[in-house]
Design a protein around this ligand. Structure first.
Ligand code: AMP
Ligand code: ZN
Length: 465
């Protein structure tokens, strides 16, 4: 398998620390609001990566945190805790907010066929581990106390910008009008490990610590939760591209200073989903969620297909127009698969060959679009129905598009399908030309053959009446 590594900025052959086994860590959601479909693009791509590793024969252990404390309004150490903001917005406690949005997140993931990681750990479960790592960093001289907070001292590192692409401008992350500079920091990039004093005195959740009652910084969470479950050497760490700096940069700084050795070998970053006006953000007010797509009549798996059609290392722009096209593609694809009659014996040699082809093609840095091309190649191939269905099932382990589950479609022979599809297109053209009489006539013609068509937001759906 090959994977692009943000650390070396190259596509590399993937070699885990331990043969056949992979430890994988994913930055989980900050549960102060629903996940938007941008967040979910990251989780879909990471799901594909995990499944691809398993598909290629690796035994994967995947861990994800739930950020329920410490993530401030800017990714640097300023602003209010996002969780507290959510609690105030809804007049609930922070823990109620965390529970509600954690459940909502996993419900969205289930709708998108995103597998739940093997371990899911909320940050508030691991205060002991955070304190232990911070104590270690203080002992080793990598941290200091100032203004009643504990900070990581970035001047102690040989190299801080490990991803190599930061410049001074990017350091302005989160510096906005309402945010004042923290005068306790010795160096501009130093970050908080433990707060006992922040501008926001009403922080809801606080714990006792050797430095006073307070709460952890956001970055320390991921280092500790990863080490708690996966040890001090990690194979793959994932997250959205915005997490690269400062979050992942700081995770590496503290993890490697604490252990004294290299921590994680491969960094997998998913580029952003943007809307037509720019970056998607939860703080923007109304934002796109899975429930919103459902309320407009879309099957959530249409969004999964939308994400799989593009490469994870390219920004992707969302529009309902493109989603409509994807919905039509999905419908046609499922119709074609529904028409493959399960007959004959499975050709095991062919199955093995296609499995390897898929593992190599998609395994070349998660090339999901190539996986979809192979899927069409299988559908068009000369294999018997049973073999085709078995290969499609095999691919669908990674694609997870419910390709063999039929909903409103049922098997109808290829010739009839082409005829119906052509009629539907003819009817759409008639409607566009405002020739409604012709459009109705086409519908009646299909009805006379027992084919019922229904106009939905996802496009036209047909079934046997
Ligand atoms: P958050 O809930 O804000 O902690 O973010 C959860 C995940 O979504 C992180 O891995 C982010 O990097 C990622 N993310 C945030 N915005 C986007 C976006 N517009 N497109 C793709 N991923 C995103
Ligand atoms: Zn993280």
């Amino acid at each position: 398998m090959k994977i692009y590594n943000s650390l070396t900025r190259r596509v590399e052959e993937f070699i885990p620390n331990e043969e056949g086994r992979v430890s994988m860590y994913t930055c989980g959601p900050t549960v102060y609001h629903f996940a938007h479909i941008g967040n979910l693009r990251s989780y879909i791509c990471e799901d594909v990566l995990e499944k691809l590793l398993r598909y290629s024969g690796y035994d994967v252990k995947r861990v994800m945190n739930i950020t329920d404390v410490g993530h401030l309004s800017s990714d640097a150490d300023t602003g209010e805790d996002k969780m507290l903001k959510g609690a105030k917005r809804e007049n609930k406690t922070v823990m109620e907010i965390a529970k509600f949005y954690t459940d909502a997140f996993f419900s969205d993931c289930a709708k998108l066929n995103i597998k739940t990681p093997d371990v899911v750990e909320p940050a508030t479960n691991c205060i002991k581990e955070f304190i232990n790592m911070i104590e270690g960093l203080l002992e080793k001289g990598y941290a200091y106390k100032a203004g009643e907070n504990v900070y990581f001292d970035t001047s102690k590192l040989k190299e801080y910008y490990v991803f190599g692409n930061q410049n001074e401008d990017e350091l302005m992350v989160g510096v906005r009008d309402d945010v004042t500079e923290d005068v306790n920091k010795r160096n501009k990039n130093d970050f908080v490990l433990w707060f006992t004093k922040s501008k926001f005195e009403d922080q809801a959740l606080k714990w006792d610590s050797p430095w006073g009652v307070g709460y952890p910084g956001w970055h320390i969470e991921c280092s500790c939760i990863s080490m708690k479950h996966l040890g001090t050497k990690l194979d793959i760490h994932c997250g959205g591209i915005d997490n690269m700096f400062p979050h992942h940069t700081n995770e590496i700084a503290q993890s490697e200073s604490f252990t004294g050795h290299k921590w994680c070998n491969y960094w997998f970053h998913v580029h952003h989903l943007n809307d037509e006006s720019g970056k998607m953000s939860k703080s923007k007010g109304e934002f796109l969620t899975v429930s919103l797509l459902e309320s407009k009549g879309y099957d959530p798996l249409v969004y999964r297909l939308f994400a799989l059609q593009s490469h994870y290392r390219k920004p992707l722009t969302f529009s309902f127009e493109t989603l409509d096209q994807t919905a039509a593609t999905y419908r046609k694809l499922k119709n074609r698969i529904a028409n493959i009659v399960d007959e004959g014996n499975v050709d095991e040699a062919a199955l093995k060959e296609w499995h390897e082809k898929f593992a190599t093609a998609v395994g070349d840095d998660c090339n999901t679009a190539m996986g979809l091309t192979l899927l069409y190649d299988v559908i068009k191939s000369d294999h018997n129905g049973a073999t085709k269905r078995r290969i499609i099932e095999d691919f669908d382990y990674v694609l997870s598009l419910d390709l063999l589950k039929s909903k409103e479609t049922e098997a109808i022979d290829d010739e009839l399908t082409s005829y119906i599809e052509a009629k539907i297109e003819e009817r759409a053209a008639a409607k566009k030309a405002k020739d409604f009489a012709k459009a109705d006539a086409i519908r009646d013609e299909l009805a006379s053959k027992g084919i019922i068509i229904k106009d939905t937001r996802e496009g036209v759906i047909w079934s046997r009446g």
